[in-house]
Design a protein around this ligand. Sequence first.
Ligand code: ATP
Ligand code: MG
Length: 877
Amino acid sequence: MEARKIRKTFIEFFQSKQHHYVPSSPIVVKNDPTLMFTNAGMNQFKDFFLGNEVPKFTRTANSQKCLRVSGKHNDLEEVGVDTYHHTMFEMLGNWSFGDYFKKEAIEWAWELLTSVYGLPKDRLYVSVFGGDTGDQLDKDTEAFEIWKGIVPEERILFGSKKDNFWEMGDTGPCGPCSEIHIDLRTDEERIRENGYDLVNNDHPQVIEIWNLVFMQYNRLADGSLKELPAKHVDTGMGFERLVRAIQQKSSNYDTDIFMPFIQELEKKSGKAYGGNEKTDIAMRVIVDHIRAIAFTIADGQLPSNNKAGYVIRRILRRAVRYGYTFLDFQKPFLFELMPLLSQNFGDIFPEVAQQEDFISKVIMEEEASFLRTLDNGLKKLEQIKEEMGKTGRTVIEGKVAFELYDTFGFPLDLTSLIARENGLSVDESAFASEMEIQKNRSRAAAEQETGDWIMVNEDEAVEFVGYDYLQSQSRIIKYRQIKDKKGDRYQLVLDRTPFYAESGGQVGDKGWLQSDAERIQVLDTKKENDLIVHFVDRLPSDFKVVFAAQVNEQKRRLSMNNHSATHLLHAALKQVLGDHVQQKGSLVNEEMLRFDFSHFAKMTEEEIENVEQIVNAKIRENIALGEQRNVPIEEAKKQGATALFGEKYGDFVRVITFDKNFSVELCGGTHVPATGNIGLFKIVSEGSISAGVRRIEAITAKAAEDYINGQLQLIREIQEILKNPRDLKKSLEALLQERNVLKKEIEGLHLKEAASLKNGLMGKAQLVNGVNLIIEQVKLPSADALKKLAFELKHEVADVLAVLAADIEGKPQIAVVISEELVASKGLDAGNTVRELAKSIQGGGGGQPFFATAGGKNLSGLPDVIAKAQVLFGSQS
Ligand code: ATP
Ligand code: MG
């Protein structure tokens, strides 16, 4: 069965059991401080488990893009080395939100695997949670009894907390789980050793394929477990592993998911897959990593120097390095796999195919830049080698290896490899301690402690009223404490709130909570999943009272101007530059707006002006805001609403329209009632932020007015400086022209002066022992002029030896020039001479035998230089 068919069969099987199909959420997580990337299918449903939100469907199924390269689930170092862990993989899952529980989950999983996919029953093993004394949990006899009715007892194992208690992160929903493993060894091997003993033992042919998690607890920050309000099922099956089992392969990479990519690499590198351990690993790393890189870029995360962007950069570099070291790829090569990728995954994950050019370009630039770094690093290593050769040392210090790692991106294994090839070694334990020091440093910088939520009023559903009101009567539902470098702060959740929480680029609202007794400042508002969290610096004295929650109106209105202007800008850019313009990031606050978008060239002045004019025309049209809430997503798309890649949309969305033929966007932000409120729009900068991504910064309303007035004021001041000419531009041009004429005149004068100086010096030449001696003190405008003069003397006077002691703008300099013939016949040396003479001006210098210069500190030593030179060469003064 083909991979495509296997995926489709999974979804259809659960649809036949009344499950609702939901698309994969983005691989890059927003609004969840505990997670950078989606690491399991359940992430997007976290709020359903916690009871923060009520699901529309109690049974769902999907295929989720996951990435396990950071945090609690990090498989990066295994990937490519083994054949069944990937960085990015698809997780097939079925869910019950307070609907069915263990019995159905287990029975359906068995039915699908054995009856539908036809996996041999006698190769399957299952594991059940065996209890944990620390958490005071008993073994899962319920699951055990259900399994006993299906599989013989000798293929059921009890597992520890490590394998059979699933947790998303350090805190959050969790529960006991039951895994299904498959033994893919040959029959002889299976007879020789019982598969039972190999389950959960890192055997490459006895692997876990499906995990059925029975969600029933929430892990709190203090480590304790709290029962969830309802019981849920969360299952996750690695798609690539399932395909391998069904296609009876001994490696995930031998399936039709990866084979086309491996074949492409074989062609490119001229090396065959399957013969050599090192090149095999390199190929697996590359075909795995290209998916992780492309999918995350498609979801809006560009490689960068921090957080999620840095994780992507590291994955990309790992792939490049394996290609460089083991497959001899010296030039960017990863990006060339993009056409194959969009061909193979474009149908289920259209975001990749639709942005193929953009993703290619980003990857190519990133590869090229890393290859340059590698190259510099290699040169640096070469230097290190040379220095070590001189001193006879053979162990590269840990500090040095760490610098290579830190500044040149050279991982330890690469440094060690190159060292070994050169008969050297690396002090690996010293490297490890350097690494530890750095980790501690960044840990200390990022340390934040988040306490558990403390309920103060009964848990009601939270209502956001901020689209219609800037004030509401609100009660605090719960609070928690956070501690970090900034000190103690608190987060509050209100039952009703007008505060907009930072999202979609728009900053969170500020304001205050007012009661009869006190006023508490709201410093910021952020989202955590779908929870609206208010940041305050102190807690109220009374949690039971009703507060008047008031948004800082002025700041909010300015942000609204900028947000609506961003929509107009987005639409105008599409009109002027073309439909390839995709939003890649945005920031909207009370001061300005920033908009990042895909476009490959610098915008011309004309394009910028054009965009500005369109936006300002739309402002003057005073178009009324069109706001539709709770539109089914399909209908919104039919209206032509722009959706952003990497953004997670629910089944119902909000659509913001300014003229249905101009700007229609899916957006949760706050907007002006009519475009006229924006007043004025002004772009203040346009530039590049990375390959293929441009950034525009712009301002609106009073800020734009102030900016333009500032520019006008500047012109007025210039006018005044120029004594208020009638035509400012002409007057400036005339001034510049005059300046050019004067400059030329001065240059002419300098030339004349230099010529007369030269002639004077030539006239003073004395013939001593066949040498034309010129020893003089001179005054010159620059070191260049001195050099020029010296060379002219050498050129025009035969057998010359000139010593010029120059005062250059108050600094002493000496030039010595000697004809080549004299250097040869008399063994004279300008370098030695100048060094000797420079002592008189407390300086030093050098050069060649026929020309040398020196600078110094002591101007009053110049006459001494002359006197010394006269003695040296025997001239008469
Ligand atoms: P393993 O012990 O093999 O690393 P796991 O216990 O980490 O697996 P779960 O967290 O239970 O796995 O994830 C559910 C399923 O996802 C697994 O049964 C497996 O099929 C698949 N899976 C997990 N990690 C990976 C990975 N890195 N690459 C591919 N598939 C994976
Ligand atoms: Mg794992």
